[in-house]
Design a protein around this ligand. Sequence first.
Ligand code: SF4
Ligand code: SF4
Length: 169
Amino acid sequence: MSEAADSNSGDATPGSKSPEPWFRDGLRFECTCCGNCCTGGEGAVWFDDDEGREMAAALEESYPEFLVRYTRVIDGHRSLNEHLTGYGYDCVFLDREMVPGKAVCKVYNARPSQCRTWPFWPELMKSEKAWARAKRNTPCPGMGNGQLFTIEEIVGRLEQSRASEEKPW
Ligand code: SF4
Ligand code: SF4
């Protein structure tokens, strides 16, 4: 779950002093449960202790057991495990069997901030071009469709995403 930064943008940067970010009229997003953002190339799904404990509780497992069964350490930080499938490196909690034709998250209500804030990540929101590229490359059919998120709601998610990125994992 990562996207390269767009260095060729002339759009306003979220959080800058510009009063008119490119998403000032809001953006549409509604997940179709295709699973594309939970697979792909090798990556990481970071979480902190509180988020890990919530996922463990959702699975009715002890936290130590959860850490051993579903996670690994990358560069000193905890990530959820992945496994290689015909689609790519699926997150350990991506379930392609439970709902026919859908890929759903087994810990959806306890998923970590990295997942909750998608696709309103700072690197995707820095320009319309970066957003469009993420929509195309993931590909994410939910981006640009469905529920309208206001600029205030988007900024709230951006702040949540930034806060999780700043955690000393
Ligand atoms: S890629 Fe988009 S539509 Fe597909 S699961 Fe992820 S958020 Fe939902
Ligand atoms: S925890 Fe859930 S939402 Fe997050 S990457 Fe894994 S399957 Fe996707």
